[in-house]
Design a protein around this ligand. Structure first.
Ligand code: G6P
Ligand code: MG
Length: 218
């Protein structure tokens, strides 16, 4: 079957990882504790609910269901205010070049994100038309590192997992891709993403020869 390329959204296609971080940090600070960039690595690819549970754990805070729901809402409202004016300038370097190259090669393109805000973000940066399938936080029950999100994406484009290539910036996302039996490509720090089959600092480091090789049937 044809090769499918599955892209994570936050931190791979757009630089929203920093806005997620700012929103969690704001909440932590309001609750009276610090939240560092290192701690934020564990939040990448992880659902909003799970992130809040980890955050409260870090702060040693016990929450009633009501608190929990309110803080979930507050975090998302802050996040939405940060991304409100987002436009095509927030697409990460050479992402468009790679998407266009793969489209040209007639590969399937899918999105595999844990975010419930994925579709509006793709709309803001005008990338919605590129994707043959979109699987986001509104579609999945089990969050990364569970492979569900990527397996649904593969199913939607009718491609076998072994013919799928996943681009991910999160440790949990690389683990999910590996568990799905897909080729995993880390975008970011090689040490952090050491479980990936390949790691690149960003898309500017990925050659067309490399992409070409990936499009060939395995
Ligand atoms: C992505 C991000 C996570 C975020 C999750 C849920 O996977 O990497 O940091 O927590 O999406 O995003 P949401 O927009 O639904 O709060
Ligand atoms: Mg990500």
């Amino acid at each position: 079957s044809k090769t499918a390329f599955i892209f994570d959204l936050d931190g791979v296609i757009v630089d929203t990882a920093k806005y997620h971080y700012l929103a969690w940090k704001k909440l932590a600070n309001e609750l009276g504790f610090e939240f560092t960039k290192e701690q934020n690595e564990l939040f990448k690819g992880v659902s909003r609910k799970r992130c809040l549970a980890i955050l409260l754990d870090i702060g040693g805070i016990e929450a009633t269901q009501e608190d929990f729901d309110r803080w979930m809402r507050e975090k998302n409202e802050d996040y939405l205010s940060y991304i409100e004016d987002m436009d095509t300038s927030e697409i990460l370097p050479d992402v468009l070049k790679v998407l266009n190259y793969l489209k040209d090669k007639k590969a399937f393109l899918a999105l595999g994100s844990a975010s419930k805000n994925a579709k509006p973000i793709l709309e803001k940066v005008k990338l919605l038309p590129y994707f043959d399938a979109i699987v986001d936080g509104t579609d999945v029950a089990k969050a990364k590192p569970d492979p569900e999100v990527f397996l649904i994406a593969a199913h939607k484009v009718d491609t076998k997992p072994e013919n799928c290539v996943v681009f991910e910036d999160a440790v949990a996302g690389i683990q999910a891709a590996n568990k799905a039996g897909m080729t995993s490509i880390g975008i970011g720090d090689a040490k952090t993403l050491s479980e990936a089959d390949f790691v690149f600092k960003d898309f500017t480091e990925i050659s067309t020869e490399f992409l070409e090789r990936l499009t060939k049937a395995r």
